[in-house]
Design a protein around this ligand. Structure first.
Ligand code: LMR
Length: 411
């Protein structure tokens, strides 16, 4: 073979990736890197949504440590687990989501698979929707979690928005939301945050869920619930209210759920996709499609996180321990919301931030402008997403006064 000398001009003609531009880092994940590099010892990370305790750590739950040890001690193979993941995991998670006695489960109308995080569930769902109904539009709240757009849109779905967060009252634009959803076509889907709305912390109450379920039924659109924070708003059962109600009312429903936050298993990537069908036969058919989609994307999920979750959920003592650890996380977040609003009111002399305790979950918008957000980052090393979304769990007894002083200074 004759080897020609390397010629960069000629080589350029064949380069495949040269046309792709460099991209800015992800708005949420990029903050993690910027925070790590900041040398200020007073720095505060209110960016990425991970739970932190009062010492600022994201601990491994004791129930998780026990389950992990037990799993490691008894594991006998590293053979494949298959596209659906572990059957015991899937059954336990379906029960956690729908409740043991839900007719959807007893009628065997729910098919589900273990997925790599809630993100995996969202993406598998998007691919399935695209397969079943490529013209379907998916309606997401304004605003929604930034990663919903690529996870759903890159699969080919077109995305529309419905009004949700009211930037004036920091509450819900419920009437406008319902008016818009009353125009949604029967072929479309509506993505709903099951609880702890990311990024605004404003959730639907029970009567609003009821009204929405009636609207879904009368218009015929398909609800798609993203439940990434079950147990972190009011409790495991309470936070599944909307999902369980929808599953009683509508014939088809999609649910992507995550074990990242409520089990603290962020880096293990474990979640699920559950789909409710009108009949057990339809559920079997959709499962076959789901497994085929999974096989074509990532083949099968990783095992470790799912093994921990199934060990906890299938052992009554461990489950009880996990529930009490989850309650501690929830109570700390709700408590810090109260403290934060009180301290801010003392600092600035008015009630501008009184909405914070009314919201739930890890996130709230501070509602401050870009200049103020940049000053907080550059002058005080306080990091939040550019939308002014803060992770409430990043506040603790050592940094809360510092953060309140800094906010008062930049207002
Ligand atoms: C967040 O919203 O900060 C988390 O859900 C982490 C992520 O992947 O964006």
């Amino acid at each position: 073979m004759i080897r020609l000398p390397y010629n960069p001009e000629l080589a350029r003609l064949y380069l495949m990736f040269e046309a792709l531009p460099a991209l800015a880092s992800d708005p949420i994940l990029g903050l993690m890197a910027a925070f790590r590099e900041d040398a200020n010892t007073r720095k505060v990370d209110l960016g990425v949504g991970v739970y932190r305790d009062d010492d600022g750590n994201t601990p491994i739950l004791n129930s998780v440590l026990t389950a992990q040890t037990r799993h490691n001690d008894t594991e006998t193979t590293k053979s494949y687990i298959g596209p659906p993941g572990e059957p015991d995991f899937n059954e336990a998670v379906r029960t956690l989501l729908f409740g043991a006695q839900h007719a959807a489960l007893t009628d065997k109308r729910v098919s589900s698979a273990q997925t790599p995080g809630g993100c995996g569930g969202l993406r598998v769902a998007a691919e399935l929707i695209n397969r079943a109904r490529p013209s379907a539009r998916i309606w997401v709240s304004d605003p929604t979690w930034a990663n919903h757009v690529p996870l759903l849109g890159d699969a080919g779905l077109s995305i529309e928005t419905y009004p949700y967060f009211d930037r004036t009252t920091s509450g819900l634009r419920f009437d406008e939301m319902m008016a818009t959803l009353d125009t949604v076509a029967a072929d479309d889907l509506v993505l709903l945050h099951g609880c702890c709305h990311n990024p605004c912390g404003v959730d639907l109450d029970q009567s609003q869920w009821r009204a929405l379920a009636e609207l879904a039924l009368s218009r015929g659109f398909t609800p798609f619930i993203d439940l990434a924070y079950q147990g972190l708003s009011q409790g495991l059962e309470e936070d599944a209210f909307g999902l369980r109600l929808m599953a009683e009312k509508v014939p088809e429903l999609l649910v992507a759920s995550s074990c990242s936050k409520n089990f603290g298993l962020y880096r293990e990537r474990v979640g699920s996709l559950a789909i409710l069908s009108p009949t057990a036969h339809a559920a079997e058919t959709i499962l076959s499609q789901m497994l085929n989609v999974i096989r074509g994307i990532y083949s099968m999920p990783p095992n470790h996180g799912g093994a921990i979750v199934k060990t906890i959920l299938n052992d009554p003592a461990l489950k009880q321990q996990w529930e009490s650890e989850l309650a501690q996380m929830r109570e700390r977040i709700n408590g810090i919301r109260e403290q934060f609003a009180t301290k801010l009111a003392q600092q600035i002399g008015h009630e501008r931030f009184s909405f914070i305790p009314r919201q739930r979950g890890m996130f709230s918008f501070l509602g401050i402008d870009q200049k103020q957000i940049t000053r907080l980052r550059e002058e005080y090393s306080i990091y939040m997403v550019d939308s002014s979304r803060i992770n409430i769990a990043g506040l603790n007894s050592r940094n809360i006064d510092y953060v309140c002083d800094a906010i008062a200074a930049v207002l």
